[in-house]
Design a protein around this ligand. Structure first.
Ligand code: COA
Length: 260
């Protein structure tokens, strides 16, 4: 699979996707979004891949948003397509069924912040800057930002951020829960890799079940969420990995999960 604006690398069970337009701070033009959809579709169907890292090339930016040169050309009808395409990508990432770790080494603005919020976990460097500055361009987030941000951080703060376009530094993003962890810039790759290694050692179906329960359970009533949890819990009870996890504990040894 060859791409122009992204890089897709697989090393064993770990995949790495890099948004690769560093001269434009990894701004998301339509081709890049389509390539990301193609790459994540491939990774979703790839039985070997268990964890994905998503990052931006160049060390200065995760992604500085939708490509404003293209955005400026949108009208009523293609504007709708533009937004739907972004939703398709973010929904695909969020529902990949395997953890996607956003490695945020710089700007995660507009669509960049929206894609980061669709990832399962976000690890940022001290240089990261996150926000939804669309208001300053006369528009609003179109890749799910108004919805995901209001679910990820307090709604009143999300409201302030989309109305003012204020960009958060890493530490403030951490204090709000917008990112999971902040590390020194030069340690970002190592911190992301450590998190990936930790997740690679976990039983994949239980990871998937946890993600589904947290994501979808919080969108329905508490009772329905608990029912979803019960069903997912019961399915884990039928896996070999659950038997292995319990057996390993009882035998005082490390569990060796096989994904079955
Ligand atoms: N769309 C298109 N091009 C973008 C871009 C975007 N979202 N963000 C950055 N770029 C381009 C710049 O136009 C510039 O290209 P050029 O060298 O051909 O002129 C290049 O990336 C570098 O950006 P520059 O603005 O010179 O870097 P900076 O360090 O001075 O500022 C930002 C960085 C992120 C503050 C600034 O680029 C910015 O505000 N970008 C737009 C952010 C935004 O509003 N995103 C939401 C879009 S909906």
């Amino acid at each position: 699979m060859s791409f122009e604006n992204i890089i897709l690398e697989k090393t064993g069970r770990l995949a790495r996707v890099v948004i690769n337009r560093p001269d434009k701070l990894n701004a998301l033009n339509i081709k890049t979004v389509l390539e990301l959809i193609e790459a994540f579709t491939e990774l979703k169907g790839d039985a070997e891949t268990a964890v994905v890292i998503l990052e931006g090339a160049g060390g200065k930016s995760f992604a500085a948003g939708a490509d404003i040169a293209e955005l400026a050309r949108q009208g009523l009808l293609n504007g709708k397509e533009f937004s739907e395409r972004g939703h398709r990508l973010c929904n695909l990432i969020e529902n990949l069924g395997k953890p996607v770790i956003a490695s945020i080494g710089g700007f995660a603005l507009g669509g960049g912040c929206e894609i980061a919020m669709a990832c399962t976990l976000r690890i940022a460097s001290e240089k990261a800057k996150l926000g939804q500055p669309e208001i300053n361009l006369g528009t609003i987030p179109g890749y799910g930002g108004t919805q995901r941000m209001a679910r990820l951080i307090p709604r009143g703060v999300a409201m302030e951020l989309v109305l003012t376009g204020r960009v958060l530094k890493a530490e403030e993003a951490l204090s709000l829960g917008l990112v999971n962890r902040v590390v020194p810039h030069e340690e970002l790759d190592r911190a992301v890799r450590e998190m990936a290694e930790m997740l690679l050692a976990k039983p994949p179906f239980a990871l998937k079940a946890n993600m589904e329960a947290v994501l979808h359970g919080s969108e329905v009533s508490f009772e329905e969420g608990c029912r979803l949890e019960t069903n997912l819990f019961a399915i884990t009870c039928g896996t070999e990995d659950m038997k292995e996890g319990m057996q390993a504990f009882l035998e005082k040894r490390e569990a060796k999960f096989t994904g079955k």
